[in-house]
Design a protein around this ligand. Structure first.
Ligand code: SF4
Ligand code: SF4
Length: 101
């Protein structure tokens, strides 16, 4: 996996409160891509995404992914896009994972 890990122990005694922090170099955000060859600019994804992930690009008049980190992986954009232009990963990973113990 493409991940950096840092481990340590900030407690008064060595080893008392061990922790680790993992940072994904390429975090997954579930929503991955809109194919510009397929998108017809209908805007349905923009108005129907419950997490407000998309916007319309004024220049291209196509949908663009603006807030990928807000994607909840609901899959609704896949259902409503009439051109099958949207790609959603089945996986969502945070860029930062902190664990104790
Ligand atoms: S619903 Fe599909 S075709 Fe319509 S704007 Fe969104 S990505 Fe493009
Ligand atoms: S999967 Fe759901 S939350 Fe994510 S971009 Fe599509 S409609 Fe929005």
């Amino acid at each position: 996996m493409n991940r950096d890990t840092l481990s340590g122990s900030p407690g008064s005694k060595r080893g008392e409160h061990p922790f680790s922090i993992a940072i994904d170099k390429e975090p997954k955000m579930a929503i991955e891509r809109i194919d510009p060859e397929l998108c017809n600019g209908c805007g349905i994804c923009v108005t129907s995404c419950p997490a407000d992930v998309f916007r319309m690009d004024r220049k291209s008049k196509q949908a663009v992914i603006t807030y990928p980190e807000d994607c909840t992986l609901c899959g609704w954009c896949l259902e409503v896009c009439p051109r099958n232009a949207v790609t959603v990963s089945p996986e969502k990973r945070s860029p930062l994972i902190v664990s104790w113990g």
